[in-house]
Design a protein around this ligand. Structure first.
Ligand SMILES: Nc1ncnc2c1ncn2[C@@H]1O[C@H](COP(=O)(O)OP(=O)(O)OP(=O)(O)O)[C@@H](O)[C@H]1O
Ligand SMILES: [Mg+2]
Length: 239
C-alpha cells in the first residue's frame, strides 16, 4: 500500500486551474521528484497535500486514512512534514528554539523526549554550531537547513521539500543533498519539488512532471528527461 495516494485532485483559483485531475502515489520509503515550469502548480500541490489549501475535488489518502478534509495541524501530527519555498522560521527565536516549537506542537513525541530529539536533529542537519543564534541571523544555506530541521522535528513519515536547493552554490548544494540522502536512508519517504535537476536526480528514483496543473509525465528520470514533450515544455528546448 502506498504511504500517500492522490486521486484526481483538482483546484482552481478563479479561472486559473492549478491542479487538474492530479493522480499519483508515493510508495513507502520512496523518494519522488516533481518538476515543471514556474507557475505549474508545484507549491500548490504541496499546499493541497498539507491542507493549507483545500481541494475542489479529489481524494488524498495518507497511511491508509482519507485526510482530504483534515486540517493542516492534524496532517502534520499524522506525519506529513514540509518545508516552504521561502523559509518561514520564527525569526526572533534561536535555531534550537525553532526546533523545540516544531517538535512540541507538531509531533506526538512526549515532552520529556523533545529536547534530546531536537539536539539530534541539529547534528543531522549540520546546525549544531548555530543552535543559539537567532534565526534572523542565518545565511541562505543555514536558513534552508533550518527549514529542513523544523520539518524533521515534527517526526514526518513523508517529507515534502519545496525548492530547498535553489540559490545555493554547487558546494552548498552537494552538502545539502548528502543530508537529504541520509534522511531518506533512514526510511523517510520524500517528495521533492526542485529546479536544480542534478541535485534532484541524485536522490529521487522517479519524476512527476507538472504543466498547467496537469501531470504530463511520470517515470524514471532518464526516460522523463529524454521525452520530447518534457524537453519542449520544461526545458524550453526546441527538439
Ligand atoms: N493563493 C493563490 N491565489 C491565487 N492564485 C494563486 C495562489 N497561489 C498560487 N497561485 C497561482 O497559481 C499558479 C501556480 O502557483 P504555484 O506557486 O503552485 O507554482 P509553482 O509550480 O510552485 O511555481 P514556482 O516554480 O515558481 O515556485 C501560479 O500562476 C500562481 O500565481
Ligand atoms: Mg513553487
Amino acid at each position: 500500500m502506498p504511504i500517500l495516494a492522490l486521486d484526481q485532485l483538482s483546484k482552481s483559483f478563479g479561472a486559473l486551474k492549478v491542479a487538474d485531475n492530479v493522480s499519483f502515489a508515493l510508495e513507502k520509503g520512496e523518494a519522488l521528484g516533481v518538476i515543471g515550469p514556474n507557475g505549474a502548480g508545484k507549491s500548490t500541490l504541496f499546499n493541497l497535500i498539507t491542507g493549507n489549501i483545500r481541494v475542489d475535488s479529489g481524494t488524498i489518502l495518507f497511511d491508509g486514512s482519507d485526510i482530504t478534509w483534515q486540517p493542516p495541524m492534524a496532517r502534520c501530527l499524522a506525519g506529513i512534514g514540509r518545508t516552504f519555498q521561502i523559509p518561514q522560521p520564527f525569526r526572533k527565536l534561536t535555531v534550537f528554539e525553532n526546533l523545540l516549537v516544531a517538535a512540541a506542537f507538531g509531533s506526538r513525541r512526549p515532552e520529556r523526549d523533545v529536547g534530546d530529539r531536537c539536539a539530534d536533529i541539529l547534528v543531522e542537519t549540520g546546525l549544531l554550531s548555530r543552535a543559539n543564534q537567532p534565526a534572523s541571523s542565518l545565511g541562505l544555506l543555514q536558513r534552508k537547513r533550518l527549514e529542513l530541521a523544523r520539518a524533521l522535528a515534527t517526526d514526518p513519515k513523508i517529507l515534502l521539500l519545496d525548492e530547498i536547493a535553489g540559490g545555493l552554490t554547487d558546494g552548498e548544494c552537494s552538502e545539502l543533498v548528502e543530508t537529504i540522502r541520509a534522511i531518506h536512508r533512514r526510511g523517510v519517504s520524500i517528495i521533492w519539488v526542485e529546479h536544480v535537476l542534478h541535485a534532484l536526480t541524485s536522490v529521487v528514483g522517479r519524476l512527476v512532471v507538472l504543466h498547467f496543473g496537469r501531470v504530463i509525465g511520470v517515470g524514471d528520470p532518464d526516460t522523463i528527461m529524454a521525452s520530447r514533450e518534457v524537453r519542449e515544455i520544461y526545458l524550453g528546448i526546441d527538439v
